[in-house]
Design a protein around this ligand. Structure first.
Ligand SMILES: Nc1ncnc2c1ncn2[C@@H]1O[C@H](COP(=O)(O)OP(=O)(O)O)[C@@H](O)[C@H]1O
Ligand SMILES: [Mg+2]
Length: 366
């Protein structure tokens, strides 16, 4: 599948984006909900590049639209350099967009940043305050920065330590924490003021599988309390595991959005592999290829004497049709299987590697 270009997708989008919940809206028009926790419209950020900023301006985020209903988890999925951190920094009011609108719970984050700061919690901001303080002391300090009394702050810090499974380490200096523990403490810091919207920039990058699962568990737990979560990730399985909706970004622009399953259905490749009884006849191989070309959505491939593969549309009963058609022409099918499309194939279809002269580079893209 070729790369989709944002403006093409925009033209293809249904007016108003009022399609069913599960359909991917490749277009970029946000769907309005009265309960939207976050809305971005046409958000753009350009950085000067080169020495002394004299190079060609670099568009880090390009006309980005995003709508996140309250209580949901939205994942911005994209490779290194796609503009994820720039996007969340603007939402977190740490960076001002050149143009566009950002609404958090309906409040204008660009015009009134101080008003939205109480509504959001941002990871990567608080917990690393002082490595010599214990995890508990760090969290209590963050809580006090939010205006809680010392007593309230202590209670809240203990509560978060409990929730994020840090009890055993709570009173140890933070510098002794493992990577996974630091991330959890960081997450606790982002949650301490009970924000309506939690922003997590690559919350599990660099963690081992166990650490990653712990963070995933904590994030899932959060939505049970109605918290809205915006997270960025370059891990397909993370978006798949956590997100209600995914926006695939590449080079600063959104290329598709939808639920993980709708994206897989729309953009992912499923493959049908059939194994036929050995006949040795060249003629039957040609027949099999012709039949698979009819039912498949791409050129079939012969893997060896008896196995053939073709790309198919997911959920299209192609395997059944293929077996029937092959039987009809006298080819005996020993086995037929369809592999489900993965978000990885969606990612590969919709994003492209970053040019080598860019920071980050494609080598980190998984
Ligand atoms: N402060 C900055 N000055 C200049 N260029 C920047 C700055 N921050 C980010 N960029 C560039 O903007 C692009 C997007 O970066 P970023 O938002 O960090 O991507 P991601 O988080 O998806 O890896 C990259 O090409 C990066 O080099
Ligand atoms: Mg980043």
């Amino acid at each position: 599948m070729g790369r989709h270009n944002a403006s093409t997708l925009e033209r293809e989008a249904p007016p108003g984006g009022c399609d069913s919940d599960d359909a991917p809206t490749a277009g970029l028009a946000p769907v309005r909900h009265s309960t939207d926790a976050l809305v971005l419209r046409g958000v753009t950020k350009t950085f000067a590049s080169g020495l002394l900023g004299r190079g060609r301006p670099h568009v880090a985020v390009d006309q980005l639209d995003l709508t996140v209903p309250a209580g949901s988890i939205h994942a911005i999925l994209g490779p290194n350099g796609a503009g994820k951190t720039t996007t969340v920094s603007m939402i977190a009011t740490l960076l001002r967009p050149d143009s566009g609108e950002i609404l958090i719970d309906g409040v204008d984050a660009v015009a009134t940043p101080s008003e939205v700061r109480g509504l959001i919690g941002v990871s990567g901001q608080y917990a690393a305050v002082d490595g010599n303080l214990s995890g508990f002391e760090n969290l209590r300090m963050v809580a006090q920065l939010y205006g809680m009394t010392r007593r309230e702050a202590s209670a809240r810090a203990r509560e978060m330590i409990d929730e994020l499974d840090l009890v055993a380490a709570a009173d140890r200096p933070m510098r002794t924490y493992s990577g996974g523990m630091r991330r959890r403490l960081d997450l606790a810091g982002a949650l301490i003021n009970r924000p309506r919207l939690v922003i997590l920039d690559e919350p599990t990058t660099g963690l081992d599988p166990r650490g990653r699962r712990q963070i995933w568990g904590a994030i899932k737990e959060l939505t049970r309390t109605g918290t809205t979560i915006l997270l960025t990730t370059q891990y397909l399985e993370e978006a798949d595991e956590l997100a209600d909706d995914v926006t695939v970004v590449s080079a600063g622009a959104a290329h598709a959005r939808g639920t993980p399953s709708s994206l897989k259905r729309e953009f992912g490749d499923a493959e049908l592999t059939v194994e036929v009884a050995r006949t040795g006849a060249l003629r039957s191989a040609v027949d099999v290829m012709t039949t698979l070309a009819d039912v498949g959505s791409g050129p079939p491939e012969q893997l060896d004497d008896v196995r053939f593969r073709v790309r198919v549309e997911a959920g299209s009963r192609t395997a059944v049709r293929a077996v029937t058609a092959l039987n009809r022409i006298g080819v005996e099918v020993l086995d037929a299987g369809v592999t489900a499309p993965t978000l990885e194939s969606v990612f590969l279809a919709l994003t492209e590697p970053i040019a080598t002269d860019d920071e980050g580079g494609a080598s980190d893209v998984r």
